[in-house]
Design a binder for this molecule. Sequence first.
Ligand SMILES: *Cc1c(COP(=O)(O)O)cnc(C)c1O
Length: 234
Amino acid sequence: MSVLEQNINSVQAKISAKVQALGLDPQSVTLIAVTKTQTAETVNTALRSGISHFGENKVQEAEDKLPQITAPYEGFHFIGHLQTNKVKALLKLNPCLIHSVDSAHVAREISRLLEGTDRVQDILLQVNTSGEISKFGMQPVQLLQEAAEIAALPHLQIRGLMTIGRLSDKAEDSRQDFRLLKQLSDTLIRMPIPKLDMKWLSMGMTNDFEIALEEGANLLRIGSAIFGERLDND
Ligand SMILES: *Cc1c(COP(=O)(O)O)cnc(C)c1O
């Protein structure tokens, strides 16, 4: 077995163990292999070795890579910061889910570009739960103020929330961020917002996915535990 296959098996086994310990339905949690900086060949190998969802964080890199993805997969996810001027190119790549919508402005652009089509783009709203100035994402107050307006846009569908745990060498420090994201999701569910479908909580990466699962994550974004440490640690 290759190192990549071993890593995939090991990550899946850790997720299964945690999911079982928490008494959750294994089908309810989806692993997204974060393939940024990996070659298309590596992505193809991963897709033939048990991975069915993958995520990229840069539109240009995804544009270059996707045409070379020949292995079958269930979903391509976009997880990186999304600039308005990159939305058009991203939509051409048919992402099954955009995790990183962080303003009403970007949301309106997604919906506007799909006018005249029957497409409805699934999105998550990214929240800056840690308050770190280096992080993208809506502030919690802004999320609660703008969610209704975004939800009302005709060509997109909010499917949940996404966050990145705070920068720390202790994974446990992310717990407060994940807990806040779950609370915000619960708050939105109780608000009278039409057309909201809070199915997904995208949180948890290599160092903190087990904590994320404990706090309600059901979409895990894992890169280095599968592909090894990245040189470009962006
Ligand atoms: C790189 C990245 C990940 C994966 O990080 P690892 O620590 O390598 O698992 C997850 N989410 C986002 C948004 C990323 O940019």
